[in-house]
Design a protein around this ligand. Sequence first.
Ligand SMILES: NC(=O)c1ccc[n+]([C@@H]2O[C@H](COP(=O)([O-])OP(=O)(O)OC[C@H]3O[C@@H](n4cnc5c(N)ncnc54)[C@H](OP(=O)(O)O)[C@@H]3O)[C@@H](O)[C@H]2O)c1
Length: 339
Amino acid sequence: MDNPGLLTPRPLRIVLPGGSGQVGRMLARFFQERGHHVTVLTRGPYTAPWQTVYWDGIQLGPWVETLEGADVCIHPSGRNINCRYTARNRRELYDSRIGPTLLLHRAFATLANPPRLWMNASSATIYRHAPEGTEFDRPMDEATGELGGNEWISSRRRAPAKWNWTIQLVKDWEAAFFSGETPRTRRIALRTSLVFGPEPGSVFAVLSRLVRAGLGGTQGNGRQYVSWIHEADFARALEFLIANGEIEGPVNLAAPSPLPNREFMAALRDAWNVPNGLPAPTVLLAIGMFFLRTEPELVLKSRRVVPGRLRQSGFEFEFPDWPEAAADLVRQWRARDDL
Ligand SMILES: NC(=O)c1ccc[n+]([C@@H]2O[C@H](COP(=O)([O-])OP(=O)(O)OC[C@H]3O[C@@H](n4cnc5c(N)ncnc54)[C@H](OP(=O)(O)O)[C@@H]3O)[C@@H](O)[C@H]2O)c1
């Protein structure tokens, strides 16, 4: 082995189309630091410790060469979900995921030696709402989890239309990804829960700001599960999937212990050493989210997603529980602030 720290017998060529967002940059840094050769395809090339190459996510171009003979393609592109679901934003959310996925299919079809593994972003939001203590409450793994869409969310109400829309988007995204044949390429859809890292602008940064301002109480009725994963485990899980050549199809990227929002926010407050937080009841949350130009769904939908396939294949989480993960993220945040 060239590098005893690697799970693979040699350094790999890894290409990340759309890999300059929160998840993509974290993965690029992780794989580059582990000795792999990383190329990010972006609409705005920049200087980085890894190679960045122009693509527009719409048309074939010279960027296709970066995939020729590469080992792994990890595709996380898509307009950020943190926005109001206006007609225009919905079109962009949809087109920026399905379009580049279909474009990559066209690119793969031209390659003499395509990557042996293609991992495409997907989302844990594909599963149905599963609030604590109701008849709908149970963990969702890849084998027994139920996909959402027009489900009952209480004995009287069905899921709001906007929830159905995002579920359908993810279903279409996965359908585009798994369409056609890729005889030499293994495909994995990454059904990812919220990825928690200590970067500015991340979901951790947003929730931490609320907590530190005394506004980090329970959101909604607090019985909606939060599925989360520490970014270190997210990157390690992808490395594991690269090294384990039999796994293909959808894989849940979530820590094994999702917890109700009430407990999730309490643990985050503990990590910041903030004793109290003003709760945000559902109505207030809807108003606040409107002014923040985002959607209440992001905190009100209950996602009780568990990593069935990763666990069965022997993946060990470094941060299986939220209190320890939150404490680690706060430590990292403070260490950076001290620089
Ligand atoms: N972060 C999470 O917690 C989370 C959880 C579940 C699923 N996901 C999924 O994982 C993916 C990455 O998430 P993220 O948080 O890293 O997102 P992000 O920070 O918003 O980055 C997304 C990247 O997609 C590219 N992009 C945006 N619009 C595009 C378009 N129209 N055509 C081509 N590329 C476009 C951008 O690259 P350039 O501007 O450089 O071209 C951008 O860097 C997304 O698909 C997201 O839905 C994320």
